[in-house]
Write a protein that binds this ligand. Structure first.
Ligand code: AMP
Ligand code: MG
Length: 333
């Protein structure tokens, strides 16, 4: 049976909006010189768990039989010594859901996201409750990313980007993007309920005129190789460095025309929750997404993209040219 995608998106949008409220609140309180100085990661941990609980609760209410492949599980939270973290997570969850849930209920919601694809369900969600935790800790970009996979294919996705400007370069922030297979991609304000607008990738026709985006974190993408590839492609502008799946959002609405995620090791495998929502948003906005070899991303292999390496997303105008340039630079993959 295939899922009603309109209904799925409606539920996913409201779940991501509720999670974004928690994440925004935690981030606003965390950005002090002190937490940044100490590299204290506990605030992001609280928001990560609370975000996963809020989203999983909302999905379970409407799709009780559909599992969730989330990044987190409640194991650490259940341990002795985690009492204050647990109580903080629960109180953040209570601030956005009705019914005063107990700590046990919150832990159960988090664990709904602990599923691993095992063939027992053809349809499941995949969730990154806070994608781009490094960006979150720096007070910069992050995303709440929720994708729906059916028979090994991504069929719907929602990206909540609390700090992404509504218009590239503008000061007002908070963007939500949605996509369903065959139905296009849309943008909405993250907080307000105004009508969704269709989005489209850029119509930049040559690589030389393209702006490319990549990770802020050099451990997540080989920035030396991307500089070399940009030179090969005739791109003279600076890379647009932005954390999380906001890179997919940037390509989907035309702020950039290329996203390069170049492996920093031959062993690393991308996680499905880091790409499902972003990929479908770009594809439905008219763009193209493959791995660095030019192969389609294979979401049928479990929690990771086992058969793929890295990511190349473009507006679809010169994808093969970019793949060729990447292959020329990454000869040891
Ligand atoms: P970004 O914000 O695009 O730099 O990506 C953040 C994501 O990078 C996290 O959600 C991690 O799952 C993922 N990640 C962690 N280590 C690596 C790695 N070595 N290569 C690529 N991605 C990674
Ligand atoms: Mg992530």
């Amino acid at each position: 049976m295939s899922t009603d995608l309109d209904r799925a998106l409606e539920v996913a949008v409201s779940a991501v909006r509720a999670a974004a409220v928690v994440c925004t609140r935690v981030q606003a309180n965390l950005v002090t010189a002190e937490t940044l100085e100490k590299k204290d990661k506990s605030p992001v941990t609280v928001a990560d768990f609370a975000s996963q609980a809020v989203v999983c609760r909302a999905l379970a209410a409407v799709f009780p039989d559909m599992p969730v492949v989330g990044e987190e599980d409640s194991k650490d939270l259940r341990e002795a010594g985690a009492e204050s973290l647990r109580s903080s997570v629960a109180s953040h969850v209570r601030s956005v859901v009705e019914g005063e849930p107990s700590e046990d209920e919150v832990l159960e919601w988090i664990d709904r996201g602990g599923w691993t694809p095992d063939g027992s369900s053809d349809a499941y969600w995949t969730l990154d409750p806070i994608d781009g935790t490094k960006g979150f800790l720096r007070g910069q970009q992050y995303a709440i990313a929720l994708g729906l996979i059916e028979n090994g294919r991504v069929v719907a996705g929602v990206l909540g980007c609390p700090n992404l400007p509504v218009v590239d370069g503008g000061s007002e922030t908070g963007v939500l993007m949605t996509a369903a297979r065959g139905k296009g991609a849309q943008v909405l304000r993250l907080t307000a309920g105004e009508a969704a607008q269709k989005i489209h990738v850029s119509d930049v026709a040559t690589t030389a005129a393209a702006r490319f985006c990549e990770s802020v974190e050099s451990a997540h993408s080989d920035q030396g190789a991307s500089a070399q590839i940009a030179a090969t492609l005739g791109i003279s502008g600076e890379p647009y460095r932005i954390d999380s799946q906001c890179k997919y959002a940037a390509v989907a609405r035309g702020d950039a025309s290329i996203y390069l995620r170049l492996p920093t090791s031959a062993e690393y495998r991308e996680k499905i929750w880091d790409h499902a929502a972003g990929m479908i948003v770009v594809e439905e906005a008219g763009g193209e997404v493959t791995d660095v070899h030019g192969n389609a991303l294979d979401f049928s292999r479990g929690r990771t993209l086992e058969g793929n390496q890295g990511i190349i997303a473009t507006n679809g105008r010169f994808h093969d040219e970019v793949v060729a340039a990447v292959k020329g630079a990454l000869t040891d993959l």
